[in-house]
Design a protein around this ligand. Structure first.
Ligand code: HEC
Ligand code: HEC
Ligand code: HEC
Ligand code: HEC
Ligand code: HEC
Ligand code: HEC
Length: 367
């Protein structure tokens, strides 16, 4: 308040000079005396209540967010690169870092799970401008991953607000991923592969080991009048639950459920059979679930073991492998994993995923 009064009196002072004389300005006058304190501002609680009250935009987003996977808070209390994508503090440090040690050296006590603060400037101006997004910089390199020129990855199209999503939803540390043509053995292990969130790479028609030909070279965006991106599909109309809102699709796709099911059925069928083949070849190990079911013929409960997916075969820790396999098998294993970890069964980029899958199946048939 005092500063504002001082500024006003200075502006007034110069205004008078400009109006009254035409020669060069004289030297600055000395500061005036401080003005008196102003009257008290509006009730602070009223400002707080514009957000912290039932029925506000805040309240709706709050409920949606806390029912979403983003609020699960897995692995936020880990040091190392995990926090760069799994914690608020790690993410903000990573976006701003001048050296990777700023993320790697974060204390466990400084970590908190993903929250409104990860993405919005909470309690900055205490008004609607706080909803601006924290970071929307274009992703031009895999910040934590090894920059692997063989697996085209890391430079994504500038997608505005969506850049925020793909800062975290991208492949992580693809250690020793073979190129499409390399001949050296690939050292794989249980944790080897693109991690669990390579959706950004896939949307950008990147990330797989591109054996064969026919790949799209631009990001998946099949309509000029609708952006098929992370936010339009998962946060349509600002829905923070992350669920797909099919009513946003029906104006153009009257049969959206059938359309998605057709893509997913094709990809799921081919991916499952690729997984089975790669397991038989010593590249993948099954992830299993044990179920107890009633067997009518035997008249007793029996245990069944179902395969629900696969991981790379080996027991080396981290991304580092202890199971060297031939380059072609390594390429096929990586492509299986990135399509499985993308989790959309083709929807994130039907052309790219189906081309990668078909070309990988052609290669595996030669092994
Ligand atoms: C523009 C909206 C907005 C306004 C205005 C606002 N808050 Fe908040 N507040 C938030 C958000 C968003 C969070 C984070 C909630 C979360 O992450 O679960 C929050 C969290 C909080 C928390 C929980 C502890 C914390 O910091 O996370 C308290 C306490 C709080 N606010 C008090 C206040 C008070 C007091 C005022 C008024 C001076 C105020 N807020 C004004 C949006 C607002
Ligand atoms: C480049 C960003 C990034 C880094 C770094 C990262 N993760 Fe993740 N991780 C993700 C994303 C994004 C998902 C969510 C994928 C999804 O739901 O499809 C995820 C999911 C997971 C999951 C599966 C969670 C579940 O609910 O199934 C585990 C486990 C996990 N991460 C562990 C880790 C660990 C441990 C580290 C560090 C050693 C780590 N992550 C580092 C981005 C990252
Ligand atoms: C993963 C990032 C992310 C998190 C976490 C997140 N938001 Fe958002 N929020 C967004 C994005 C992106 C938009 C813009 C959506 C759009 O373009 O339709 C948005 C929009 C909003 C808006 C509308 C802003 C406007 O200008 O109309 C509000 C209000 C909001 N969020 C509140 C919250 C609250 C409250 C929380 C925590 C409970 C939260 N958000 C957590 C990403 C996030
Ligand atoms: C700070 C990193 C980060 C940012 C930014 C981020 N995510 Fe996530 N996202 C994650 C992690 C980590 C998970 C997995 C949460 C878990 O399982 O604990 C996840 C999970 C998800 C899921 C999975 C939901 C499910 O049911 O499994 C979707 C969908 C998703 N995010 C979409 C988005 C979108 C859209 C944006 C951009 C508005 C975004 N994310 C921004 C890290 C992030
Ligand atoms: C064309 C719409 C569309 C776009 C664009 C899109 N998604 Fe999805 N996404 C889906 C559908 C559909 C699924 C599969 C959901 C299912 O089958 O249950 C899915 C699945 C996922 C999952 C797995 C967890 C879940 O909810 O099943 C994550 C994580 C995810 N998407 C994140 C992203 C991110 C990050 C982006 C942007 C890089 C993105 N999506 C872009 C429609 C889309
Ligand atoms: C404004 C019109 C419009 C809206 C709205 C729209 N799309 Fe599309 N979409 C298109 C066009 C045009 C194409 C390319 C032609 C085609 O495949 O139908 C397309 C293609 C697709 C494809 C690729 C189909 C393939 O086989 O290659 C998917 C998947 C898709 N849309 C999903 C969605 C989802 C999910 C939504 C809702 C969140 C949505 N679309 C909303 C216009 C739209």
């Amino acid at each position: 308040m005092k500063k504002a009064i001082k500024l006003l009196s200075i502006l007034f002072f110069f205004g008078v000079i400009l109006m009254s004389c035409e020669g060069p300005a004289g030297i600055d006058g000395s500061d005036g005396t401080d003005g008196a304190d102003g009257v008290a501002g509006a009730d602070g609680t009223a400002i707080c209540m514009t957000c912290h009250n039932a029925g506000t935009a805040y309240a709706a987003k709050f409920d949606q967010f806390y029912a979403s996977a983003h609020a699960l808070g897995t692995y936020f209390d880990r040091t190392g690169d995990c926090s760069g994508c799994h914690s608020t503090d790690g993410y903000l440090a990573r976006m701003d870092f001048t050296s990777t040690s700023e993320i790697f050296d974060l204390d466990l006590t400084e970590q908190s799970a993903i929250s409104c603060r990860t993405c919005h400037n909470v309690h900055t101006a205490y008004d609607a401008t706080d909803w601006a997004l924290t970071f929307t910089d274009q992703v031009t390199e895999t910040i934590l991953g090894l920059d692997n020129t063989d697996v085209a990855s890391g430079v994504f199209e500038d997608m505005g607000d969506v850049n925020m999503c793909v800062q975290c939803h991208q492949s992580r540390n693809p250690i020793e991923v073979p190129s499409a043509t390399s001949t050296t053995d690939v050292n794989i292990s249980h944790y080897w592969g693109p991690h669990h969130g390579p959706q950004g790479n896939i949307l950008n028609s990147q990330g797989g080991v591109e054996v064969g030909t026919g790949y799209p070279t631009t990001a998946f965006n099949p309509s000029t009048s609708f952006s098929h991106d992370c936010i339009t599909c998962h946060m349509n109309e600002g829905n923070h639950s992350l669920a797909l809102n099919e009513s946003a699709c029906t104006s153009c796709h009257s049969d959206i459920e059938d359309k998605l099911a057709a893509i997913q059925d094709e990809v799921e069928g081919k991916l499952t059979s690729l997984g089975r083949t790669l397991a038989a070849l010593g590249g993948l190990d099954p992830d299993t679930e044990t179920e107890t079911v009633w067997n009518e013929t035997l008249g007793e409960h029996v245990e069944t073991i179902d395969t629900v997916g696969y991981h790379a075969m080996g027991s080396g820790y981290g991304g580092y492998g202890d199971n060297p396999v031939a380059a072609d098998l390594g390429r096929c294993v990586f492509n299986y994993l990135i399509i499985a970890e993308d989790q959309s069964l083709g929807v994130h980029n039907p052309d790219y995923i189906i081309t990668l899958l078909d070309n990988t199946i052609t290669l595996v048939e030669t092994l």
